[in-house]
Design a binder for this molecule. Structure first.
Ligand code: 16G
Length: 202
């Protein structure tokens, strides 16, 4: 790559593709600049998506992130096969072609050039509530070695604010029971009489 993804975003932070095709962001990074952190009280030391901490960068997933340990990070959440880069690029393009639907957002350790946190906002278009949009918080993961830096709260709050910014009327999530206390510190909670997630696994 002629310059790193992180340098590109730090220096320019603009939506066009980078000097190398691999630097393509999944969605317009300007969206992250619009997030309103003013009402967020659970982050300490002024940490936001624009000021994530020394050597860290919050940005959209990029096509070149296959080489930055993105799949390896996801494998800390659930089963992930490490498939070839071509397959990653195909899935990336599929997601990108569903305009305004997938907002995979990552935290990069820019010193190491490694993805250390990730979460996805998936938007579902509906006919109800005047053709509303519902957000889903998916695939939240932070590298175990980066505990204690508020990165979990940072990535989840970023996705929550992003959902608001793109016009979702609500955002929800499924998680393991043990994670409920964590999400409740960030404003997520059960609704009375509406607290059931039911699934069939295939
Ligand atoms: C968790 C994730 C979900 C992910 C699933 C994978 C959050 C908030 N929830 O429930 O997004 O897809 O784990 O587990 O990140 P599975 O592979 O067993 O379905």
């Amino acid at each position: 790559m002629s310059s790193s993804v992180s340098k590109y975003f730090q220096d320019k932070y603009k939506p066009s593709v980078g000097p190398d095709e691999l630097e393509q962001p999944l969605y317009n990074p300007d969206l992250l600049k619009k997030l309103d952190w003013s009402k967020i009280t659970h982050m300490k030391n002024g940490v936001t998506s624009s000021t994530p901490g020394e050597g860290l960068l919050v940005r959209p997933l990029c096509k070149g992130d296959y080489d930055k340990g993105f799949l390896q990070l996801l494998s800390q959440l659930t089963k992930v096969e490490i498939f070839p880069e071509k397959k990653f690029e195909e899935r990336f393009e599929q997601m990108k072609s569903c305009r305004d639907h997938y907002f995979v957002t990552v935290i990069e350790d820019t010193d190491k050039g490694e993805i250390v946190g990730s979460a996805t906002l998936a938007c579902e278009l509906k006919f109800i509530r005047g053709c509303a949009k519902r957000g889903r918080l998916e695939d939240v993961v932070v590298n175990n070695e980066y505990r204690g830096k508020q990165l979990g709260k940072l990535i989840v709050s970023t996705i929550t604010l992003l959902a608001k910014e793109v016009g979702c009327y609500k955002i929800g999530l499924d998680c393991k029971d043990e994670m409920k206390p964590f999400y409740s510190t960030i404003g997520y909670g059960s609704e009375k009489g509406n607290d059931n997630t039911m699934i069939i696994r295939f």
